[in-house]
Design a protein around this ligand. Structure first.
Ligand SMILES: Nc1nc2c(c(=O)[nH]1)N[C@H]1C(S)=C(S)[C@@H](COP(=O)(O)O)O[C@H]1N2
Ligand SMILES: [Mo]
Length: 187
């Protein structure tokens, strides 16, 4: 074999392996997903939740459909996860905070205000991307999409999802925080 071709294919293979994240994250619900945990911080208190903790909590199932800033639509699909209001109930701080900071493992940050935790004040669109008002939104920590564990590529193990009870309601992709790792409640 030509030496240059050999070296090039070696480099290609190595970059492919690292580039796809196989080594660090593995696929879907393997050992990487078992090690995942969510840090919850409020009032100088801290709690950690594992994926099985989440799966044992109350869940909501609804439709998910998002549009990226570049106008690409993804969905509709069926998502399942723990509503954010369940988390705030769990630590009994339903009324005492004004916002929730959601961080991805890449330190991406999205902030929801108090009313949005309970599904209010989200911008929603129909399939033509015209704004539609008064849609019922439930923000959840989604761990399942179309009945399967959420893939790493789609933001798994856990992604913030803005689910609805009506198929065809589109929400803004920027709020769909992938690879959720930390949530802070601020007063
Ligand atoms: N952790 C994390 N989540 C993220 C982002 C990001 O950069 N990091 N980008 C957001 C933006 S701006 C959009 S439009 C959607 C894109 O979703 P997709 O990558 O599944 O297409 O993810 C959102 N969630
Ligand atoms: Mo985006």
């Amino acid at each position: 074999m030509n030496l240059n071709v050999g070296i090039l294919s070696f480099i290609f293979c190595i970059s492919f392996i690292f580039g796809t994240g196989c080594i660090t994250h593995g696929v879907d619900d393997n050992a990487g997903y078992e090690k995942w945990n969510l840090t919850l911080e409020w009032d100088e208190k801290k709690n950690h939740l594992t994926l099985s903790d989440l799966k044992n909590m109350y869940s909501y199932t609804g439709y998910g459909y998002l549009v990226s800033t570049t106008g690409i639509k993804y969905g509709p699909f069926v998502g399942k996860g723990v509503p954010l209001y369940e988390l705030t109930h769990m630590i009994s701080v339903t009324d005492e905070f004004s916002s929730l900071y959601l961080y991805g493992s890449d330190e991406y940050l999205w902030v929801l205000d108090h009313d949005q935790i309970f599904g209010e004040n989200f911008i929603t669109f129909n399939e033509n991307l015209s704004e539609i008002k008064d849609q019922n939104i439930t923000p959840v920590l989604m761990y399942e999409q179309d009945g399967k564990p959420l893939s790493y590529e789609d933001g798994g193990p856990v992604r913030l999802a803005l689910l609805t009870d009506r198929e065809g309601v589109i929400t803004e992709g920027s709020g769909w925080v992938k690879w959720i790792s930390r949530i802070e409640l601020h007063k």
